[in-house]
Design a protein around this ligand. Sequence first.
Ligand code: SF4
Length: 480
Amino acid sequence: MAAAVSPFSGVLQLTDLDDFIGPSQDCIKPIKVDKKAGKAAAKIRIEDDGSYFQVSEDGESQKLEKAKITLNDCLACSGCITSAESVLITQQSHEELYKVLNTNKNAGSASQKLVVVSVSPQCRASLAARYKLAPLDTAKKLTAFFKRLGVHFVFDTTFSRNFSLLESQREFVRRFRRRAEEERALPMLAAACPGWICYAEKTHGSFIIPHVSTAKSPQQVMGSLVKGCFAERQNLTPDQIYHVAVMPCYDKKLEASRPDFFIQEHQTREVDCVITTGEVVKLLDQEGVSLVDMEPAPLDGMFSSPSEERLLGHAGGGSGGYLEHIFKHAAMELFGIQVGHVEYKPLRNKDFQEVTLEKEGEVVLRFALAYGFRNIQNLVQKLKRGKSPYHYVEVMACPSGCLNGGGQLRADGEASKDLLQQVERLYDLAEAEKPEANQDVRAVYEEWLGGPESEQARQALHTQYHPVEKANAASMNIKW
Ligand code: SF4
């Protein structure tokens, strides 16, 4: 149990904290609280017509303005999105995918959209565990299922993660070399988790943002590739492609809806729709099919057919392996040390671990991974006090990282731990590949991006963050 503060009411409440960035019921049931008295000072009455009245203790009632909330206002607390406020995400749901596929069926070929689905390896592992399939089988059957629905191409975001990892590696080395001149160059904080980014922007904006890596997440790199390079190869404009990402959490829907990922020139998003692993199961149920019964289909590659017999992955855990890749690259690039095996040292708990590199008896690199809200809070507090000893931190909002994302398939009680272990095991079966060794990745850098240091590479593979104005945050009485 741990204390959590509702962003809307300021009331301190005890929640059974599973260490996700915790939502509050107050998000959907706002009651003002007199903090000194510790009791509700006003209640909300809902009329039959849906209008809200605030009723004070002496019985006076006042009609409240209707709140307009968009995805971008959300604090990424997950809870409201997973339950009552699902109306917020109508543009990002499996129903929306159905609509597009149906429109395609009824449209002439000239006005059809090319539908591309990019599946994350975390979702694939979760589905493999649910249906008791091998990951490769799962990938092939999933491809067959999406194609049966009318999808044209099914890709794997492991491919785009190569770019996220490579860009993060280079950015770290640049920042390390600049650390004497630039106060906030280090620690560099990972940027692939939109739950963490949303928290950072809305609660510690201008202080934290300079520390956050600008490398895009695999989802958004995939968006750049599909709507850019792949569209060009198909002789299509970005808006002629409908791009769906299958992701392990609802926060990825928020990420896709960020204005930074909207292509103004073509009035389209890099990723049009995000569906979770759970929503894939809903699609299967709606179609009345089990993944087990699907005839496997050959896998699609964005530029070449992947090997039929193996799935590629990356070393370093279920959240993408950012720490491990950056650590090994930096050890070689900055200190000429080849690191084979990375030794993790658990600190407070398994979600807070440390990795160090020593040279001549001195620690020259100190990295950490910090998963879950409690560890993130501790990290931020240390940073603010100038007491963080780290050069890099892989920050992820979910306890246990992305394999345990809020959109993954669940089991009840004790069985949930077993299920997570099984998902981790299945995820690890993919053959680890070094991003720099992938021929297609090299080809994209050379042929489409004009090299890793080019302006086009910067635009396609990096993004920016925006601190939320203090006034806005204060008006919501946010206290973290
Ligand atoms: Fe999504 Fe959780 Fe992974 Fe963050 S850590 S990207 S919220 S699954």
